[in-house]
Design a protein around this ligand. Structure first.
Ligand code: NI
Length: 409
């Protein structure tokens, strides 16, 4: 398959869209992977592109298929009959809703519908997998999501090419995509210090028990909330204040929407961390772009009257460059409640309580209402088990800039 044509087209389009400039030079990153390879029949590749244009950036991907038998070359849009695009978009919205994503689908514009055709693959069973790119249909904070349209729903939409591609997936199975860096692949760094813990961080006014706690002695655990503030964050702060439980919030561009809520977090003794401006996968960016992501979030947090004392990379995805650029302790987690996936209060409570150990850092997202509803029960359940709730810095003692922590060891 010719690889140069689509990339150069993309490059030309990119350069036409984004004029080079010195302040925030535009960047275009591209990579390829095989999605299916049926011997003698269809081979499919995915091109993944990350565009950064000054203030904003977006990941997108595209699938291309070639039929070895005929030499035909197809893009996603060739796999679905054009008249069926609105019906396909509706099926995608249903699939996203089923998997717990909030979609405003009252009026999906044509341009957005067309983008749903960029990256189409199939499961072995014939379900159509529509990769919904960053900011397409869903909020940027949701990242890229695969919507699975059941085989029987997808069947009427497919062209002959679509059926051949589906047959290739049924024959050869999908080729697994490379998995991103996950916290479990990161070696936790040793405890910051073997010395007796220093007095806990100052400034915890209203959050209660964290103020003078010594996590070298006590059984501590830290709840962390990413991606907010969201619609329910004020309610979460009310709930935390009621039970005097401190937490740690990892923030990005949403700070600008609700600066008063961020100021309240700081005033009530919660810890604030930097989660980058718009939640890009930092490992795809050069150091300068990573730095801009972090600095812009830091500036927004400061403008809201708070200060970030920690850094958490989106998706936990980072390299040594990221750690160096962050200039703050890099905080991952050892308990992933999967609250963004389940969107289920019961499941979130269960995951937090069963996962938490002495020294744990628990990952939650206050942008999801079921998570916010789970927090009072998580706090009560942890205390019943003898845990003391603290901020991440209290948990770690004196975390050091550039060091990576997933728990207190
Ligand atoms: Ni996040």
């Amino acid at each position: 398959m010719r690889r140069s044509e689509p990339t150069s087209t993309r490059e030309e389009g990119f350069l036409a869209d984004y004029a080079p400039n010195d302040v925030a030079p535009p960047e275009l990153h591209a990579g390829w992977s095989t999605v299916v390879d049926a011997p003698g029949a269809v081979i499919g590749v995915r091109s993944e592109v990350y565009e950064f244009a000054g203030a904003s950036g977006a990941a997108s991907s595209e699938t291309l298929y070639a039929d070895r038998a005929t030499g035909a070359l197809w893009r996603g849009r060739d796999l679905v009959t054009p008249e069926d695009l609105p019906a396909l978009a509706a099926a995608v919205v249903r699939a996203l809703a089923t998997s717990g994503h909030t979609v405003d689908a009252t009026d999906v514009p044509d341009a957005v519908r067309t983008r749903l055709l960029d990256d189409l693959t199939f499961t072995t069973a014939g379900d159509l997998v529509v990769r919904v790119g960053d900011g397409v249909l869903l909020a940027f904070s949701e990242g890229t999501v695969d919507a699975v349209v059941p085989a029987r729903d997808a069947d009427p939409f497919l062209t002959d090419a679509g059926r051949l591609v589906r047959a290739a997936f049924a024959q050869a199975g999908p080729t697994a995509p490379p998995s991103p860096v996950t916290p479990s692949s990161v070696t936790p760094s040793p405890a910051a210090s073997a010395e007796p813990a220093a007095p806990a961080a100052s400034g915890s006014a209203g959050a209660g028990e964290g103020g003078s706690v010594d996590c070298a002695q006590e059984k501590c655990v830290a709840l962390t909330f990413d991606d907010g503030p969201g619609r329910d964050t004020s309610r979460l702060l009310d709930a935390l204040a009621e039970v005097h439980a401190p937490a740690t919030f990892l923030l990005g561009q949403n700070v600008e929407r609700q600066p008063a809520v961020v100021a309240r977090m700081a005033a009530e003794g919660h810890e604030i961390g930097n989660h980058t401006w718009d939640h890009k996968q930092l490992t795809k960016l050069p150091a300068a772009a990573q730095r801009r992501e972090i600095e812009r979030a830091a500036a927004a947090i400061e403008a809201a009257g708070a200060r970030a004392t920690l850094f958490r990379p989106p998706y936990g995805s980072r390299t040594a460059t990221t750690d160096a650029v962050a200039g703050l302790p890099v905080v991952l987690w050892d308990v992933d409640t999967l609250d963004g996936k389940t969107r289920d209060t019961e499941a979130t409570v269960a995951a937090a309580l069963s996962g938490a150990k002495r020294g744990s850092i628990v990952l939650l997202h206050d942008i999801h209402a079921p998570t916010v509803a789970a927090v009072p029960r998580i706090v009560a359940g942890l205390r019943e088990r003898g845990f003391t709730l603290v901020t991440v810095s209290q948990l770690l003692g004196e975390p050091r800039a550039g060091e990576v922590y997933s728990h207190r060891s």
